[in-house]
Every structure is written in C-alpha cells, then in structure tokens.
Design a protein around this ligand. Structure first.
Ligand SMILES: Cc1cc2nc3c(=O)[nH]c(=O)nc-3n(C[C@H](O)[C@H](O)[C@H](O)COP(=O)(O)OP(=O)(O)OC[C@H]3O[C@@H](n4cnc5c(N)ncnc54)[C@H](O)[C@@H]3O)c2cc1C
Length: 307
C-alpha cells in the first residue's frame, strides 16, 4: 500500500494503482468536475491518492471533468466512516406515481432514465439567476406511492419520517418548497392526464425497455401513475455522483501514459483511478464495475509480464 504522502520513486517492481476516484478530495472536485457535486454516494477512501501518485511521476490525465453522475438524497444522520453519506435515487424515480421538478416547478426529463444521464441533467445553469436551477430539485409523490414503494431508507407502508416535506394539496406543497404553486399545479395536472392515458407526452417516460425494467411491471403501466391521493410528499434531491470517472490515462495494456509521451515503466492503473474508456457515457448496468474488472485483469497480466 502506497500512502499519498510517500516519496513514490523509484519503483522496485510493478505497481497497479486502483485507489478509486477523487470525489472526496475537495480541491480536485472543484477544479476538475464539470458540474455541482454535492451528493457523494461512494466510498470515503476516494481521495484521489492514486491521482497524486501518478501526477507526481508525470502521468497524463484524461476524462477529468466526468463522473458517474447521480441524483442523490441525504437521509439525516446517514454517515460512512464519520463522513456524510448520500443515497443515490434510483427506483424511486422510475416507479409509477413520482415525478421530479426543478425550482420552477417543472419536470425536466424522463425521470426513469439511467442515473448518470438524469444526474447530468441536474447541472442546468440559469444565467439570469446565476444559479444551478436544478440543484436542488424535488422528488414528488403521493400517499398511494408511499404505501406502495420504498423511498430512501423507508420501506413501503412505513410511516413517513418527519424530515419529508408534505402538504395536503399540491399548492400547499409548492409553498413548502418555495416553487411557484401555479406551475407545480400545471405540472402535476398534465402528468396525471398523461398517466391516465399511459403516454408521457413530454418526455416519453416508460417508452423504453430500460424504463419498464426499472419500473413496476405489476402495474397497468410500469412507469406512469397519477399523483392523486393526499398528502403529497417532497424530498430534496441534489446533484451528486457514485464516483469520478477521470484519472490516470492508460493504454490498452493498462500502462499509465506520460504527459509528455510514452508510458511510465512499471506503473499501471484500473478502475475509477484511471481515465474511463466510456467518456461521458453510461453504457448500462455493470458499466462501472465492468471496465474496472476488465482493465484490472489486464493491468495484473501486464504487471506480471512487466510489459
Ligand atoms: C451506491 C453505489 C451503487 C453502485 N452500484 C453499482 C452497480 O450496480 N453496478 C456497477 O457496475 N457499479 C456500481 N457502482 C459503482 C462501483 O461501485 C464503482 O465503479 C467501483 O467500486 C469502482 O471500483 P474501484 O476499484 O475503481 O474503486 P473503489 O471500489 O472505490 O475501491 C478503491 C479502494 O482503494 C482504497 N484506497 C484509496 N486510497 C488508498 C491508499 N492510498 N492506500 C490504500 N487504499 C486506498 C479505497 O479506500 C477503496 O477501498 C455503485 C457505486 C455506488 C456508490
């Protein structure tokens, strides 16, 4: 194990850097990432140590502005190794009977889409207000939804915790959230009409196999359901990530490349410590661990052969 403060060279053999991402290194986070990154849902060890080690040896970096983006919520008191832990919002967005709205009370995407693309949508910037107008954003659902589905740490049918915002009407909820009541009324009413017809005319939610897979196939529509039964609830959603996706640039043998050309002999990298081969894309389930495993194996083989 190499510590971040160690004098790294010269290498006596082969070293594979697999120390995860850099999202818990505050300066790297603000220097490199393309959007706000408040909700950190990953391991507390992701402090960019591997990045520092490689950089100090002249490694090239790649894909540094990217992450496995995710809409995240914070359950009060949740922590991991003494640091705040955020939960990424997944099935809660996809089951029938919930929507997400921005600070103007409007939906802005197909909520059932994959976490990375929906998380990226939270980076929207409003130049007039000089603010990220979807961070925070709101997950909204009704009493029937609460009875039927788990939300964050709360199991289906369990009483709603006191930290959930709630109101007996949609405009009452809007007042709680500070969003324009008329806009939120319009949004819910349009979504409800669409849900009754089984077609999301705004964003096509439920039209893909992915949407239906992450929805509830026991329902008449796996992805769409009207919000009709008070009380109505809202949870604050923040722009976040599962892990960063940029790091040491490697070649097909997982060798770490030099910023001035060539590669650093004996140094390999894999996983979130390395520049991810998918760029800004999220390829699907397992798309995060998959390349980490594949390049981990390649790095091991290359290191054993000292390629
Ligand atoms: C909530 C959640 C759900 C996820 N679900 C999925 C999923 O369903 N499918 C999927 O494919 N991916 C999923 N992922 C993503 C996946 O977990 C990560 O992409 C993957 O763990 C990255 O692997 P890694 O080995 O690069 O980094 P990590 O798993 O972060 O491991 C790096 C390790 O290195 C340690 N370390 C750091 N610095 C040092 C140092 N100086 N010395 C020694 N050790 C150090 C860290 O403590 C850590 O244990 C999920 C992530 C989260 C947060």
């Amino acid at each position: 194990v190499i510590g971040a403060e160690t004098n790294y060279g010269p290498f006596l053999g082969a070293v594979v850097i697999a120390t995860g991402g850099f999202e818990r290194h505050a300066q790297f986070r603000t220097s490199f990432l393309r959007g706000p990154a408040v909700g950190l849902a990953g391991a507390p060890g992701a402090r960019g140590d591997g990045l520092l080690m490689g950089m100090s040896l002249g490694a090239a970096l790649g894909n540094m502005s990217e992450a496995w983006w995710a809409p995240c919520i914070r359950v009060p008191g949740d922590s991991i190794d003494g640091e705040p832990l955020w939960r990424f919002l997944s099935l809660e967005r996809a089951s029938p009977g919930s929507i997400m709205v921005d600070q103007r009370g409007r939906r802005f995407c197909n909520e059932a889409g994959n976490y990375s693309d929906v998380g990226r949508a939270l980076h929207s910037f409003d130049p007039n207000g000089f603010r990220f107008d979807r961070d925070p954003t709101w997950l909204i659902f009704d009493e029937e939804y609460r009875r039927s589905y788990g939300v964050a740490s709360v199991l289906p049918g369990e009483p709603a915790p006191t930290w959930w915002k709630r109101a007996s009407s949609i405009d009452g909820l809007a007042a709680e959230l500070g969003v324009p009541p008329a806009a939120l009324e319009r949004t819910v009413s349009r979504f409800n009409d669409d849900a009754e017809r089984g077609i999301d005319s705004e964003f096509g939610r439920g039209s893909s196999t992915y949407d239906r897979f992450v929805g509830d196939e026991a329902r008449s529509h796996p992805s769409l359901g009207a919000l009709k039964e008070p009380p109505y609830y809202a949870l604050e959603v923040r722009a976040g990530l599962l892990g960063t996706k940029g790091g040491l640039k490697t070649d097909a043998c997982a060798r770490v490349l030099r910023v001035r050309g060539g590669y650093i002999k004996g140094l390999y990298a894999a996983g979130n410590a390395s520049a991810n081969c998918f760029g800004l894309a999220y390829p699907g389930a397992g798309g995060t661990i998959g390349p980490a495993l594949a390049f981990g194996e390649i790095a091991g083989e290359s290191a054993a052969a000292m390629r």
